[in-house]
Design a protein around this ligand. Sequence first.
Ligand SMILES: Nc1nc2c(ncn2[C@@H]2O[C@H](COP(=O)(O)OP(=O)(O)O)[C@@H](O)[C@H]2O)c(=O)[nH]1
Ligand SMILES: [Mg+2]
Length: 316
Amino acid sequence: MFDPAPILTGERRALARLITQVENLTPLAEEALAALFAHTGRAHLIGVTGAPGTGKSSLVNELTKALRQAGETVAVVAVDPTSPFSGGAVLGDRIRMRDLSGDPGVFIRSMASRGALGGLARTTADVARVLDAAGFQRVIVETVGAGQSEVDIARMAHTTLVVEAPGLGDEVQGLKAGILEIADVLVLNKSDQPGAEAALRALRASLEIGHSVKADDAWQPPIAQTVATEGRGIAELLEYINAHRTYLRASGVWQQLERGRLRTELELRLRETLFSRLVNRLENGQLSAVLDKLQARQIDPTAAVRELLESEESGK
Ligand SMILES: Nc1nc2c(ncn2[C@@H]2O[C@H](COP(=O)(O)OP(=O)(O)O)[C@@H](O)[C@H]2O)c(=O)[nH]1
Ligand SMILES: [Mg+2]
């Protein structure tokens, strides 16, 4: 039996244990998520993405400190698809340990994403939900910006930060189209490094091009210039993040986003449930028999679906 009380009061060991359950997709985790759902929907979810080494972990660390100074509670979920023991992740964690350990208003968790049985995006969303239910006012999710799972994670966040650093050369122009679409706030970190001015110009230029394709036209992504290692530009970055949250709430986009996310989840779960229900009702070997006919070009895919559905209905 799941006891929600220690989670709702943010008890750390209970939280850590439950998150492990969520990662392992256990029945207890399912029960817990169901019981906690009514307590979710309050936290501001902030996604932080960008190439490895741009300074995401350092930035998250600084942001967390700034938020704590403002009296807010913060949970951080670090997702690194390459390896839980990669240099960047470990370094970032060490930085965090030093500055933030022992603070009861902060909870930090690194996820071993390789083992995410239910898929990285879903596991991350469920972990964020647990932390939301635990009452953390901000939940920050750090991902290595590489592929679809980052875009999925960004969709889950209310506010997505895309972190860039100078010296990435043509990449800055190259990868922009896709990644800029998900950016609510752009961060040019390592502004102390050579090439920062050029990178800023490149970012501005691609923002102008990208702006026309952005669905959400009323918000123009600002660019924050930071030096995470020195804490420079962090106050301004936090202002942008808060301005975005204010915008989301005032415009009603916050509600729209939430409804869209819940709709996607509902449809996904419906699809999975209906599919496995159907497959369970089919006779052994029926699916592969239809597949044989498909492969032999005796029937087409639409007819295959019809045949499977009809035999499922007549078998009732
Ligand atoms: N010069 C400089 N180095 C930075 C800055 N921010 C982070 N770094 C360094 O860049 C490296 C990668 O930082 P990290 O936060 O782990 O990047 P991540 O892989 O994006 O999470 C570390 O050695 C940091 O100390 C910055 O603003 N300026
Ligand atoms: Mg990192």
